[in-house]
Design a protein around this ligand. Structure first.
Ligand code: XMP
Length: 255
């Protein structure tokens, strides 16, 4: 079964389209040992209200991929959830291949990659490894932060058609052609979600980060065509993560 089908099934089972970004602030060496239990307790508390967990450098750097993080990925799977690695792969193909092999070896179901690197000796080795292992590749299309317009929003020349287009429009078309398992478009730009959704339709799900802490709104993102909502600080660093997750899931409730 493809990653896309697996997360769709998980989302149905868990009646949730919320992806928890398990992110925590920097910890000094004395407090770093607490990070694992902190992450584990948020995961346990929020579990009934989510369909997947997204990991980032916040845990990979201090805990290590094959130490703490792999144990958290295992717990994620034991709870019936999917695990996504937000590593935004962005290097030459030979390096990307090793990055993908390590993260998939750590049992991640999907990883996020940056389409700026192009196909040959860029994305291709990632897709090759992913397809061989039946894992997913999610592509960035328009990031959620303020500066995103400087890169993803640039006007470029479509070399095939020799006409002007927008970088994110080109990435959305590329994601469709490559049959990516998902695309990322920030919830902070609902109009971009709508445009991308018009290009990819229901063929590729849109993952939308930027809810809450970055100012993105659930209803606007969903109305524009987002399928999964990625929520980090508003859940992981909430006073009561379970209660916050319950409220967010209720707002994003799948019909
Ligand atoms: P917050 O705390 O803002 O966390 O809810 C969001 C999480 O998602 C990551 N992030 C992104 N990841 N494309 C991505 O692949 C994006 O456009 C994007 N915007 C935010 C962020 O690093 C954090 O883990």
């Amino acid at each position: 079964m493809s990653f896309r089908a697996k997360i769709e099934q998980t989302s149905k089972n868990k009646k949730s389209n919320i992806v928890l970004a398990l992110d925590f602030p920097f910890e000094t060496p004395e407090n770093r040992a607490n990070l694992f239990s902190k992450a584990e307790s948020v995961l346990e508390a929020v579990n009934p209200y989510i369909c997947a967990v997204k990991f980032n450098h916040h845990l990979v750097l201090p805990l290590g991929t094959f130490d703490g993080v792999q144990r958290l990925v295992k717990r994620t799977h034991d709870l019936g959830l999917m695990a996504i690695m937000d590593c935004k792969v962005n290097d030459i193909g030979a390096t990307n291949q090793v990055i993908a092999e390590y993260y998939y070896a750590a049992s991640f179901d999907a990883l996020i990659a940056n389409p700026f690197i192009g196909w040959e000796e860029g994305l291709k080795p990632i897709f090759d490894v992913a397809r061989k292992l039946h894992r997913g590749v999610i592509l960035l299309v328009y990031m959620s932060h303020k500066g995103a317009s400087e890169g993803y929003g640039q006007t470029i020349i479509d070399t095939e058609k020799s006409e002007k287009t927008l970088q994110y429009v080109s990435f959305a078309k590329k994601a469709l052609k490559l049959e990516a398992d998902g695309v990322v478009v920030g919830a902070t730009y609902p109009e971009k979600i709508r445009e991308v959704h018009e290009i990819i339709g229901e063929k590729i799900p849109i993952y939308s980060p930027g809810i809450g802490a970055q100012g993105g709104e659930i209803a606007a993102a969903l109305k524009a065509g987002a399928r999964y909502l990625i929520v980090g600080r508003s859940l992981a660093q909430a006073e009561n993560p379970a209660e916050s997750a319950r409220k967010i899931r209720a707002l994003a409730k799948l019909e």
